[in-house]
Write a protein that binds this ligand. Structure first.
Ligand code: MN
Length: 731
């Protein structure tokens, strides 16, 4: 044990030395104190490899040092497992090492409690976002990545089922995060390690293939490097050139995607030319393309248009020496550093300098964050104040099975229920959030575990629309409410129709059975009886329309009309009167002239009226208070009056069409009451149009046939006395 501890302390000195080289101001006392504390707390614990447990936090700190993080992060690296695996508390850490260190350890501890087990890309994406959102500070994520990397490096001591699970999680969650942060070496190493444990056969096969031709390949690499270096220096460009085989996973993916063998994978080799100036990237590219034939469609300019994670470089593929396809990347040293270190490149190197604008553009997704902290002179201050605000408009919530659903900020349990399944949403009566029972409108927070409570008798309600946040829930609720309404309308329509049929001594079921109802339905514009019943229930179709198709009325009216028509045409020498026009108007003592009742005001016998001689359509009769009269030619206006005979025989069948508008509450039974009042007054409805408003009101417009004004006014009075009716007017 003595010797093992000695070794660890030697390693500690080594790492501190390394840190001091790039960051002379590092707080090595804090780091040593953190090591001593961690060593004490983890005493007696060993890793699967048999090493002292402390070797793990120490190597995690080494990775953090690679990433050039600050003293607090280094100390937190040493302490990152103390809260989870020992008696240590976060408060204790705060007291001993300060709030910053305690905050970082707390953050990593919370992340390590997340159990990620998924292969679905959408789920994985939610997990990644959640991890970033939960971290609140970029350093927490970087710590987590360092922890994961060391665990992956030492995974050979783990049982194989764990290797597989952890590797899948790394590939799904952590290497994409490293990629997002732009730390390419970390991403590549995580990928290759995962690949090795997930697909060992493929991995070792590729490794063998790569190494089989190793000597050959190495001499080829040396040759290409030499050519490129000379090419650059001949043209006055000082450049560093590297060559290497591409990472195994990317070779494997290419083989999978293109369904090819290793031998068929071209450009297994990638070369990198690193120059000083941006313009030299393009000059270098020109030289390369001049020397070797470029492969069409392979050139990419990430210098002019950086990738979202800030990556900049020129990429091209060419046919190199020995007709070998090779990939060449050209970038400046600064671009290279950003590519390798990503977000890490942005902190300590900037010591004493403000963050340049250029970087803002490069890290588009960090743009806002940085802008907020632009004035921070001290990069440490910048770092400390960078709290992750990404995805702040989303929350991530667990199902009891450990799936994650991403929802907009402010989303409720009901939104979550609909995110799971439509039926779960419909039957949702509440939820258990983190074990506590809450109402359906309870707002969810990131990290909540939510279990939906359902009841088979629950029905979606219109009120739900007032608090749900997701479009999905909104649409589903609307549909359900509409369907419910349709069902109620069908029932109501059946009821109304039954009443009307009763007068003819029958009922819906009977005419349904003998097929007459279907005939009448199809004769109207409907496709099904259900559709027709719903329309009657809504009040759009009056039951008489359907009933009259089942029991057609006698046709004596038509005869009479044609007689009148002849009479009129004799007087005016025009075509006969249109259907429905009466003959109750007297002009200069002449009865039965061709008359149209104006559609704008629909006069009925009893109304004060004037006549207007139209061109070709006979006499048109308006109410004297009709607004339209003012716009008509006064010389064509003539005085008219209602024939005495007509106005005294008011009990007759109405033929004058009038529009009546009824403002009322949106209540199912009401329409039936209104139509009942019309028919009680002897008024027939020929058309109805119903409009419901947001505030539960309805505006129903009826086209009715009345004999005269008295009859109309009687009906309107009756309707205005119905409970729920606000106002009745002639439209
Ligand atoms: Mn750990």
């Amino acid at each position: 044990m003595e010797q093992a501890e000695q070794e660890l302390r030697g390693r500690l000195d080594e790492i501190i030395g390394k840190v001091e080289a790039y960051q002379p101001s590092v707080d090595s006392d804090l780091i040593r104190k953190a090591f001593d504390f961690g060593f004490m707390m983890h005493a007696g614990q060993t890793r699967k490899s048999g090493e002292l447990y402390m070797s793990h936090p120490l190597e995690v700190m080494d990775i953090i040092a690679e990433l050039r993080l600050d003293s607090a992060s280094l100390a937190a690296g040493l302490l990152h497992d103390t809260v989870e695996d020992t008696e240590t508390t976060v408060e204790e850490l705060a007291e001993l090492f300060g709030e910053d260190v305690a905050f970082l350890v707390d953050g990593v501890t919370k992340l390590s409690k997340l159990q990620v087990n998924t292969r679905e890309e959408a789920q994985a994406q939610n997990f990644r976002k959640m991890i970033i959102a939960m971290s609140r500070d970029l350093r927490v994520i970087v710590l987590k990545l360092a922890d994961r990397l060391h665990n992956m490096r030492t995974m050979k001591h783990m049982p194989s089922h764990k290797q597989e699970r952890i590797s899948q999680e790394t590939l799904d969650i952590y290497s994409p995060i490293a990629h997002r942060l732009g730390i390419s070496w970390l991403k590549t190493e995580l990928e290759d390690l995962s690949f090795r444990y997930l697909y060992p056969d493929a991995y070792f096969d590729i490794a063998e293939q790569v190494s089989k031709k190793k000597r050959e390949r190495e001499s080829f690499i040396r040759e290409v490097i030499k050519i490129l270096k000379e090419l650059m220096s001949e043209h006055g460009i000082e450049a560093e050139v590297h060559g290497r085989p591409k990472n195994f996973l990317s070779i494997y993916r290419k083989m999978q995607k293109q369904q090819i063998d290793f031998d068929q994978v071209f450009d297994v080799l990638a070369f990198r030319i690193i120059v000083d100036e941006r313009h030299q990237c393009y000059e270098g590219l020109g030289l390369v393309h001049n020397l070797w034939k470029p492969i069409p469609g392979r050139f990419k300019d990430y210098v002019a248009i950086p990738k979202p994670n800030g990556y900049q470089s020129l990429h091209t593929s060419v046919i190199g020496p020995q007709q070998e396809r090779i990939e060449i990347q050209i970038r400046t040293a600064e671009m290279h550093r950003v590519a390798e270190e990503g977000i890490a490149a942005h902190w300590l190197y900037k010591e004493g300098k403000a963050v340049p604008d250029q970087d803002d553009q490069a890290f588009a997704w960090l743009h806002q964050l940085m802008e907020e902290h632009q004035d921070a002179e001290d990069p440490h201050e910048f770092l400390e104040s960078v709290k992750i605000d990404l995805f702040h408009d989303e929350v991530y919530v667990f199902t009891p099975n450990g799936d994650v659903k991403g929802l907009p900020q402010g989303a409720t349990c009901l939104d979550f229920a609909f995110a799971i399944h439509t039926e779960v949403g419909h039957r949702c009566v509440g939820a258990k959030v983190n074990g506590q029972i809450v109402p359906i409108r309870h707002e969810l927070s990131t990290g909540d575990i939510c279990e939906i409570l359902t009841n088979p008798n629950q029905k979606p309600s219109k009120d739900w629309l007032s608090f749900v946040k997701t479009g999905r829930a909104r649409t589903k609720i609307r549909n359900a409410v509409r369907e419910e309404q349709r069902e109620r309308s069908r029932e109501l329509g059946r009821e109304i129709l039954n009443k009307e049929l009763k007068r003819h001594g029958t009922n819906v079921r009977a005419v349904e059975r003998n097929g007459k109802l279907l005939d009448a339905t199809l004769q109207s514009r409907f496709h099904s009886i259900d559709e027709m019943l719903a329309d009657v229930g809504y009040g759009n179709t009056v039951p008489e329309t359907i009933v009259s198709k089942i029991f057609p009325p006698e046709e004596r009216e038509e005869e009479q009309e044609s007689k009148i028509g002849q009479l009129i045409s004799r007087i005016t020498n025009k075509q006969p009167a249109p259907r429905g026009s009466g003959s109750g108007v007297i002009v200069d003592g002449i009865d039965n002239i061709m008359v149209n009742y104006a559609k704008c005001c629909n006069p009925v016998p009893g109304d004060d009226i004037v006549g207007f001689i139209t061109r070709g359509r006979g006499l048109s009769v308006h109410r004297r208070d009709c607004e339209k009269i003012a716009h008509l030619e006064p010389e064509r206006m003539i005085g008219v009056s209602w024939g005495e005979r007509r106005s005294q025989t008011v009990k007759k069948k109405g033929t004058n069409s009038v529009n009546v508008r009824v403002y009322c509450t949106d209540k199912p039974g009401l329409l039936a009451n209104i139509s009942q009042s019309f028919s009680d007054s002897g008024v027939n409805i020929s058309q109805a149009h119903c409009l419901t408003t947001e505030d539960q009101r309805a505006v129903n417009t009826f086209e009715v046939l009345v004999a005269d004004l008295d009859q109309l006014q009687g009906a309107m009075k009756k309707i205005s006395q119905i409970k729920g009716v606000y106002r009745v007017e002639r439209a």
